[in-house]
Design a protein around this ligand. Structure first.
Ligand code: M6R
Length: 615
């Protein structure tokens, strides 16, 4: 988590940094800060507890001039969110300012050593150790900034993406990376940008360099871009082109990114299927499968690794892969999998799902499985992200940048890719009849249209959500494909409305959770005709008998559940495997409107960050 930015060139750095930090705020918003060097070589640091707008207020009427600067938006790990712990951190000598994303694992040892050399620390952060260490190395070995960073970072354990500027040499920014993302933007007029992802960079240049682990770079309008690794080997920069529709980084008239991203789904799912699902031949093609057919088809076991919403998409993937392809599939939380003793070998296919492509646990799980010989397939959204680069192959979901912390369009994009993957593998393995395959493909092609129609339910959900503003708990239930949808609905509600919500397989209720039901407990239940309907109807009766308030997602034309539930929301008749793509939409909208009614910050819920780059 945390976002870092930097700029060096001929523009005034401040506005580039502020705009960049606003784009990276999804990574954390506990505090924000910038460091700038003006033409008199004054190092000005402004930082605040709070958001980028608070930082702008704090810097009003202050000297914000300078063509070199770095900035940071924080998700607190070491030390509470306050101004002292906010980045940039300054060295004791007052010469260096540094921003950091990541966690320094050996900071206690390093700090003790530096204290014994006379360094005093102001903050509780692990980051301050870095700036003092680099300062110490520069002094002790009479080194310039970049060589000092190379020496210092060799002593550091943990994850970092850092940017450092030196008060007396405003001609250079030095950056270093290990296990946290860092992108360098190469502008046309000897100017350089840096950021945790490409979103702050794309409006200035489409030329980027993704720094690799163990690399240190110097960005200087005078001497250009130089990269070395920690073994002091010079690396020639590999410049890549990024294209991004900047409009997607704006709210475009919506009050929140989350609502915009919910409404974006019909268009984004069309993008996700473009060039992959042929409406004429009804064939589905994924280049990753075409290129690695043998390895994929030989998989004897599949393990899906992911976190949060992506893990819920994985649960749907399991059901698809087992049903269509007859391959035993497990779904593991990446954080558990990486420390498990699950036997992994070359016969295992690991599917890593991640919107950001930067989730630390998913990345570590990928690396662990790869070392053991598994073949790794990535399903990511962020192009060029770490997970996308560390997998053997994969398919992007192509839903565009997702900015709201609560994942919405990425979930439906991940499910769409998993459906396509299961269909392609089933066809290749011959485990599905052509008739069933075509039936699903035809329906899949209609999904964007059906999503558009489903969004009309907003009119029903908005007034309904007011009734639940004061609820303290919610239960979500479903079976089969409806169970991951229930889990996802519960996660959406809890993360943005702070209402405690639990998702259960409907039949599990009577094994304990039913004790929670009373007339104050809202129960959202996926009760479509395809998901063991009669059994779910019985579960609904059991809840009704205990006076629970039932909101049911039903298949259009349903009359049975309508007579029992307090509220019913209709979805069209669909093959069960496609229902999650539509049934999720009302649950996203319910969570959104409840949070709005509670007056909460929907896009930036407390304690969360979009990209979880710490373990
Ligand atoms: O970027 P990833 O998909 O790897 O992120 C995984 C989770 O952190 C993420 O899905 C999280 O649960 C979302 N905030 C859910 O809305």
């Amino acid at each position: 988590m945390c976002g870092i930015v930097g700029y060096i060139g001929t523009r005034q750095a401040y506005s580039v940094l502020i705009k960049g930090l606003s784009r990276l705020e999804y990574r954390g918003y506990d505090s924000a800060g910038v460091a700038l060097i003006n033409k008199y070589k004054d190092l000005n640091i402004y930082k605040v507890k709070g958001k980028v707008v608070d930082l702008e207020r704090e810097s009003e009427n202050k000297d914000i001039s300078g063509c070199i600067g770095i900035g940071h938006t924080r998700w607190a790990t070491h030390g509470e969110p306050n101004t002292v712990n906010a980045h940039p951190h300054c060295s004791q000598s007052g010469k260096l300012a540094l921003v950091h994303n990541g966690i320094i694992e050996n900071y206690v040892t390093l700090k003790a050593k530096l204290e014994s050399k006379g360094y005093h620390f102001k903050s509780e952060t692990d980051t301050e150790v870095l700036v003092q260490l680099i300062d110490y190395v520069m002094e002790k070995h009479h080194l310039e900034l970049m060589p000092a960073v190379l020496v210092a970072m060799d002593k550091v354990e943990g994850a970092y993406a850092i940017a450092i500027i030196e008060k007396d040499r405003p001609e250079e920014i030095v950056v270093a990376k290990k296990s946290s993302p860092l992108v360098i933007g190469v502008g046309d007029n000897n100017e350089y940008f840096l950021a945790s992802d490409a979103t702050p960079i794309v409006e200035y240049t489409d030329k980027v360099v993704y720094l690799k682990d163990g690399e240190v770079a110097s960005m200087s309008p005078k001497s250009g871009l130089k990269i070395e690794n920690l073994d002091n080997v010079t690396i020639s920069p590999e410049i890549k082109k990024v294209t991004m529709d900047i409009g997607q980084l704006e709210k475009q008239g919506f009050p929140h990114f989350m609502l915009k991203e919910i409404y974006d789904q019909p268009k984004r799912i069309t993008d996700c299927m473009r060039g992959r699902v042929n409406p004429k031949t009804l064939d589905v093609v994924l280049s990753a499968v075409t290129d690695h057919k043998e390895r994929l088809l030989n998989a004897k076991r599949i393990i899906i690794v992911a976190c949060g919403t992506s893990w819920h998409a994985g649960l749907i993937g399991k059901r698809l892969l087992e049903r269509f392809c007859k391959i035993p599939t497990e779904v593991a939380y990446a954080s558990e999998f990486r420390y498990s003793h699950s036997p992994i070998d070359k016969d295992v296919l690991v599917i890593a799902i991640s919107q950001s492509g930067e989730t630390a646990d998913t990345l570590a799980a990928v690396q662990m499985a790869r070392e053991k010989g598994a073949f790794i397939y990535g399903i990511c959204n962020a192009i060029g992200s770490s997970i996308a680069r560390h997998t053997d192959t994969g398919s992007y979901i192509h839903v565009g940048p997702e900015i709201g912390v609560a994942s919405t369009k990425a979930f439906t994009g991940q499910v769409t890719v998993l459906i396509m993957l299961a269909l392609v593998l089933a066809k290749e393995k011959g485990t599905m009849s052509r008739e069933s395959y075509e039936e699903i493909v035809k329906e899949l092609l209609l999904i964007p249209e059906r999503m558009q129609k489903m969004l009309e339910v907003d009119k029903q959900i908005k007034p309904l959500s007011k009734e639940f503003t004061f609820a303290h708990h919610f239960i979500y239930m479903g079976r089969g494909f409806g169970y991951p949808v229930a889990l996802e609905g519960a996660l959406k509600l809890k993360e943005i409305s702070y209402i405690h919500a639990e998702g259960y397989p409907a039949a599990e209720m009577k094994h304990g959770p039913i004790a929670l039901i009373d007339n104050e407990m809202p129960v959202v239940i996926i009760a479509t005709r395809t998901c063991l309907y009669d059994k779910v109807v019985s579960n609904i009766q059991e809840i009704k008998a205990r006076k629970g308030r039932i909101i049911a997602i039903v298949t259009e034309g349903d009359t049975v559940v309508k007579n029992i539930a307090d509220v019913t929301i209709e979805i069209p008749t669909l093959p069960p495997c496609l229902e999650p793509l539509i049934a999720t939409i009302p649950l996203q909208l319910l969570a959104y409107h409840v949070a709005v009614c509670k007056g909460l910050n929907v896009d930036q819920p407390r304690n969360l960050a979009k990209s979880v780059t710490v373990e």
